[in-house]
Design a protein. Sequence first.
Length: 93
Amino acid sequence: MTDNIYTVLMTAITVLGSAAAFRFYEKRSMRKERDEEFIRHDCKDRIAKLEALLAESSKEKDEMREQILQLVAEVASLRTEIKYLTDRNRSGI
């Protein structure tokens, strides 16, 4: 009889312990999945922001390149005008 009570108690403890362990590991697994999902969404958001910044940077680079080309043309024109005025001034003296 004592052996039966001992066996029943051990079985009950084992079953309760197993159920508690199962709940623990289930919650742990769910938490891990949520963390992985959060990381995934965070990475997606960061990638989208970086892509937007890259596109904006590319557009600004193109605009600056166009401005530089305009300035180079203007400097060339001014050099030509200065040379003409300098030559005219020398011949007029």
